[in-house]
Design a protein around this ligand. Structure first.
Ligand code: PXP
Length: 259
């Protein structure tokens, strides 16, 4: 603590997980092997990513089974495996042994993950289905709305991590401040009950700062913006810039807290 009793240890280093799904989207548009998500993952690490995130959707619309296996082989950095809560995905995760499995709700018709996982009211089913992941030594992460009740339910089923959905904060300009306050409160709540907090969805250079400034958030997962921006600036340079933007926002927030 500092002289004013502020908990300085709350500011942990902020990690960047780069989601490479949309490199596979581009590859799949023409069949073939280019651009290669594994090469993108390696370049992302070179650009300053701390880990790689990939979502194996049930319809395999972007990342495919062989991509997951190849990324696991090629990359030493942590792999965050996004998956729906299904027996098929649990079996693939146990075979792949990623650092973490992030459970997301999935609907075939959706363009991207639209909302957070409903945990309240589904604790028993989720605990039964996801227990084997934890037994296999995989950290369990749940992608949820910034809602204390779902965080408590995540704790009850033994989740190690909650990832807070930042989609509404990014896309609803009118409601942005209210949503930011909700995310801040949720992050504080999960920290207070001992759950690691991550955040992601929709983040870009203009929206990442306020989220990076939340002391309790330890990891951001960012994909679509980074892959899109890479068309103009290159993947490595884009990731390096995202690192600079988020690290600067974090350092500023930390200085404000200490002052
Ligand atoms: N986190 C989760 C759980 C996601 O499902 C996604 C999208 O796949 C992301 C982060 C990254 O979102 P975006 O691609 O909008 O940056």
């Amino acid at each position: 603590m500092n002289d004013e009793g502020i908990l300085l240890h709350q500011f942990k280093p902020l990690r960047l997980g780069v989601n490479i799904d949309h490199v596979a989207t581009l590859r799949n548009a023409r069949g073939g092997v280019h651009p290669d998500p594994v090469a993108a993952a390696m370049l992302a690490i070179k650009g300053g990513a701390d880990g790689i995130t990939a979502h194996l959707r049930e319809d395999r619309r972007h990342i495919r089974d062989d991509d997951i296996a190849a990324i696991r082989q090629a990359i030493d950095a942590p792999l965050n495996f996004e998956m729906a809560a299904t027996d098929e995905m649990v079996a693939i995760a146990i075979k792949t042994k990623p650092n973490a499995a992030c459970i997301v709700p999935e609907r075939r018709e959706e363009v991207t993950t639209e909302g957070g996982l409903a945990v309240v009211g589904h604790e028993d089913r989720l605990a039964d289905m996801l227990g084997p992941l934890k037994q296999a030594g995989i950290r369990l992460s749940l992608f949820i709305e910034a809602n204390p009740a779902d965080i408590d339910a995540a704790k009850a089923i033994g989740a190690d991590i909650v990832e807070l959905h930042t989609g509404r904060y990014c896309h609803d300009a009118a409601g942005r401040l209210a949503e930011l306050a909700r995310i801040e409160n949720a992050a504080r709540h999960s920290w207070s009950i001992g759950i690691e907090t991550h955040a992601g969805h929709g983040l870009g250079f203009n929206t990442v700062g306020a989220i990076a400034a939340i002391a309790e958030i330890e990891e951001l997962n960012i994909g679509h913006f980074l892959i899109g921006e890479s068309v103009f600036c290159g993947l490595e340079a884009t990731i390096a810039k995202m690192r600079r933007v988020m690290d600067a926002a974090r350092t500023d927030a930390q200085k404000r807290t200490i002052r």
